[in-house]
Design a protein around this ligand. Structure first.
Ligand SMILES: CC(C)(COP(=O)(O)OP(=O)(O)OC[C@H]1O[C@@H](n2cnc3c(N)ncnc32)[C@H](O)[C@@H]1OP(=O)(O)O)[C@@H](O)C(=O)NCCC(=O)NCCS
Length: 165
């Protein structure tokens, strides 16, 4: 598996993954992903196991000292292998290089796999936004700080080819 900065050529693979991972109003349109790719303050990462097959994607925004994780998704057959963790940590490296010192994200309070993943990566609840995703679907706002001495852990560096960063 390798992790790459996404380009337009990855959009069809991202759209397929989006359709697999999200339903109904939670699903982003192709246009929404195009916007993520086009915006100057975003980083979209994709993971591929074979050329052209997108098995995971994540998108981030950095504004001043804060980075937001907008989306992270992994194809169902490849979950619990640490792929989301690799994308998360790759995003952190990018944000830190731009001066970010904290990470924020929102997650559906009933999304147990995502909550477990975020907590295992050190994020902690900061606030709750009632009905954020629709009636009865609150968002938890989670946060963590990026320490000055933080660097990409050795065990994930192999997923990030130097010439593709
Ligand atoms: C949330 C998601 C991205 C996690 O991806 P993943 O590649 O399976 O995550 P990782 O393998 O990096 O898991 C990291 C840790 O998170 C926790 N975790 C992840 N999924 C879990 C689950 N289903 N149950 C319990 N803990 C879980 C574990 O602590 C795991 O470490 P471990 O496997 O060593 O125990 C994936 O489940 C997914 O794509 N879900 C659908 C899309 C989604 O809801 N995205 C989040 C909102 S944008």
């Amino acid at each position: 598996m390798i992790v790459l900065v996404a380009t337009e050529e990855h959009l069809p693979g991202i759209a397929t993954l989006e359709a697999e991972c999200f339903r109904g109003p939670d699903r982003w349109s192709a246009a929404a992903w195009e916007e993520e790719l086009a915006a100057q303050d975003r980083l979209v990462l994709v993971a591929q196991d074979t050329p052209g097959r997108v098995i995971a994607a994540a998108t981030w925004q950095v504004v001043l000292e804060t980075m937001d994780l907008h989306r992270i998704m992994v194809t169902e057959s490849r979950r619990r292998e640490g792929i989301a963790r690799a994308l998360f940590l790759g995003g952190l490296e990018w944000g830190k290089s731009l001066g970010a010192t904290q990470v924020l994200l929102e997650v559906d309070h009933e999304n147990a796999p995502a909550l477990a993943a975020y907590q295992s990566w050190g994020l902690r609840p900061l606030a709750r936004r009632k009905d954020y995703y629709g009636s009865g679907r609150d968002a938890l706002v989670l946060a963590t700080v990026i320490d000055d001495d933080w660097s990409l852990p050795d065990d994930v560096q192999r997923f990030f080819p130097e010439d593709k960063r």
